[in-house]
Design a binder for this molecule. Structure first.
Ligand code: ADE
Length: 251
């Protein structure tokens, strides 16, 4: 069971985004909890302002520290005393450590995760220094706010939680276990618009099918993600499969 708390200026965006499909079912089954908390509810400003100009000058507005710290305190108050010390607070930012499957697996061991979604040009560094344990980016591109990034992280962390997927194995057997990309998959019909399912998959020969899947994973990873392929520990059999593929395709 993980409780996700999302601090945001757009709580309805997060609630609507998470309350569907597998995550909705997992929430109803008591495997996950989600709560979106509106940072604006914690401002003491009479105009409900939550942002201001940066001292450094430059374009854009920064979120003030006080509403964030007060909102974070209110979230911590919801968490039982004995779990408070283990809470991780994640600030979504393009300047963070790059998110990956190993991090999803690690965050999935937590019971309580707090996400802080910034808007405008980000948040005052003092709020980060005071409450954030992990600053995380979901990729080398800039979003208009942290909400989509938080939802991406919550989705991938949730599927590592026991009981969220129907088949507990599938959390691990898919792409990125062993640093390999998944092989291509096919379903009915056998011929679609003149395109055939690879004949080996209809052969009923499980050894050949397994070899085909492994070859496809290896070749895809080598072509599309050389950075991952470098980390793959190739077995003798893998090397044989790649050699055979290269000979057959004339690489
Ligand atoms: N906020 C804006 N861009 C982001 C990114 N790439 N990752 C995480 N949070 C962000």
């Amino acid at each position: 069971m993980i409780n996700f708390y999302v601090m945001t200026l757009f709580p309805e965006m997060v609630e609507n985004g998470l309350n569907v499909s597998i995550l909705k079912r997992a929430k109803e089954a008591g495997r996950l909890g989600f709560e979106a908390i509106n940072i604006r509810d914690y401002t003491l400003d009479k105009h409900m302002k939550v942002d201001d100009y940066p001292y450094s000058g430059g374009a854009g507005m920064l979120m003030n520290p006080d509403p964030i710290v007060r909102c974070h305190n209110a979230v911590m108050d919801k968490i039982p005393e004995e779990r408070k010390g283990k809470v991780r607070t994640i600030y979504l930012s393009p300047a963070g450590r790059m998110f990956n499957q190993d991090m999803a697996r690690d965050f999935a061991k937590s019971e309580d995760l707090i996400f802080i979604c910034g808007h405008y040009e980000g948040i005052d560094q003092r709020a980060i220094d005071m409450v954030v344990t992990d600053e995380v980016s979901i990729g080398d591109y800039v979003l208009t706010g942290g909400e989509l990034a938080a939802m991406v992280m919550i989705d991938s962390i949730s599927r590592m939680v026991s009981g969220v997927l129907h088949n507990d194995d599938s959390a691990e057997t898919e792409t990125f276990s062993g640093n390999l990309l998944e092989y291509p998959q096919y379903t009915h019909p056998e011929i679609y618009e003149g395109r055939r399912v690879p004949p080996v998959l209809l052969s009923g020969n499980h050894k050949l099918i397994d070899e085909w899947k492994r070859t496809q994973s290896l070749v895809r990873t080598r072509e599309r993600r050389p950075d991952l392929f470098e980390k793959v520990e190739l077995s003798k059999q893998d090397k044989k499969l790649l050699k055979k593929y290269d000979e057959e395709t004339g690489v």
